[in-house]
Design a protein around this ligand. Structure first.
Ligand SMILES: NC(=O)C1=CN([C@@H]2O[C@H](COP(=O)(O)OP(=O)(O)OC[C@H]3O[C@@H](n4cnc5c(N)ncnc54)[C@H](O)[C@@H]3O)[C@@H](O)[C@H]2O)C=CC1
Ligand SMILES: CC(C)CC(=O)C(=O)O
Ligand SMILES: [Mg+2]
Length: 348
């Protein structure tokens, strides 16, 4: 573990800079030795400079111990930003280049949080989403464009290597949890090629982890059970696309997208991991101090745990939990929530 954590910070677009400001307040309040370097990447930087993310930028980011990212994605009506140019050219490029093959997304219903579920029970699960493959790799194309016979493909890439390493991570992660259960979520009844690889990999790796209970759900059914019986989940392992969708649902059932944190992990430590809220740049509320910074703050807790700063991480989680339990009907600004949590961290 480094004596000082060198953190690269990419506030990004929309509410990204607003929530990152609050996350950094909380990080400072922990007194953990961290140095930060801010990078301007995002839609506005691209519109100003014509640059999204150069290879030399990735090299510079890779010199850090970790990355904190707010969110990226500009004005959806701007024709210069169509085709997910920023999401693909910045966020996915970073996840792929820094080999963030585990996208860890915990889901807990904190006490005091209002969940839309009638019977939330003890909801505490984590989604281990594959982060470097699936249909997000950009393998596809469009032919016969502009004709009635246009064809568009978006190929889902699933390699034995990529699937096995994330499945192994999920089983190892389950071993550190009380219930020790892994649920593979896929669509093996229709996506038989990719699904077959995922299922056979889970079956094989499971033999090495006899203490871990194994389960399977088709992704459509998984959405039902995530709403009706969320307490049955412990560790969900799934591909990049299903994991993306399921974790927005997981956020919705556990108090809202403003509370959902994530880590894009490079478990070997060869490259820095990147921590970010699950949400996007939320252009509909950007610049109004309406964003909940809790997801970004909980991403700081994930970052701290990653660096063995378990006490500081616990203080952040406890301060968030205390803040959530006292949230009433009075609306607070992004900065007010951040300051309240930072003050509580500093006092503990
Ligand atoms: N990691 C990233 O940087 C991500 C970027 N995006 C990008 O963000 C842009 C907007 O995407 P959307 O699909 O609208 O998803 P979004 O997550 O930005 O917003 C969905 C809804 O949740 C609300 N919301 C999000 N974060 C919130 C917070 N912290 N507090 C309160 N409400 C919050 C928004 O106001 C909106 O109504 C797009 O350009 C998209 O590509 C989307 C997801 C992840
Ligand atoms: C914007 C996408 C590239 C990413 C996303 O929605 C996510 O990682 O949750
Ligand atoms: Mg998403």
């Amino acid at each position: 573990m480094p004596s000082q954590i060198k953190l690269a910070v990419i506030p990004g677009d929309g509410i990204g800079p607003e929530v990152v400001t609050e996350a950094l307040k909380v990080l400072t309040a922990t007194s953990v030795d961290v140095s930060t370097t801010e990078f301007p990447f995002g839609a506005s930087y691209y519109l100003k400079t014509g640059t999204i993310l150069e290879d030399s930028d990735i090299d510079e980011l890779a010199q850090h111990d970790a990355i904190l990212l707010g969110a990226v994605g500009g004005d959806p009506r701007d024709p210069r930003l169509t085709g997910g140019i920023i999401e693909r050219g910045l966020l996915l490029k970073l996840r792929f280049a820094l080999d963030h093959h585990v996208n860890l997304r915990p889901t807990t219903i904190f006490s005091g949080v209002t969940s839309p579920l009638a019977e939330p029970g003890a909801v505490d699960f984590v989604v281990v989403r594959e982060g470097t493959e699936g249909p997000y790799v950009g393998n596809g194309g469009r032919i016969r464009t502009g004709t009635a016979h246009e064809i568009a493909t978006e190929v889902s890439i699933n390699t034995a290597f990529g699937v096995e390493r994330v499945v192994r991570f999920a089983f190892a992660h389950a071993m550190g949890r009380e219930r020790k259960k892994v649920t593979l979520v896929h669509k093996t009844n229709v996506l038989t090629h990719a699904g077959g690889l995922w299922q056979s990999t889970v079956d094989r790796v499971a033999t090495e982890f006899p203490e871990v209970a194994v389960d399977y759900l088709h992704v459509d059914a998984a959405t039902i059970f995530m709403v009706t019986q969320p307490s049955t989940f412990d560790v969900i392992v799934t591909d990049n696309l299903f994991g993306d969708i399921l974790t927005d649902l997981a956020a919705a059932i556990s108090g809202g997208i403003g509370l959902a944190a994530s880590g894009n992990l490079n478990p070997s430590g060869e490259f820095p991991s990147m921590f970010e809220p699950v949400h996007g740049s939320a252009p509909d509320i950007a610049g109004k101090q309406l964003a909940d910074p809790t997801a970004a703050i909980l991403s700081i807790a994930l970052l701290l745990s990653q660096f063995g700063e378990t006490d500081a991480a616990a203080r952040v989680n406890a301060a968030v939990e205390a803040d959530l339990s006292t949230r009433g009907a009075t609306a607070r600004s992004t900065a007010e929530i951040g300051s309240a949590i930072a003050d509580a961290v500093a006092q503990n």
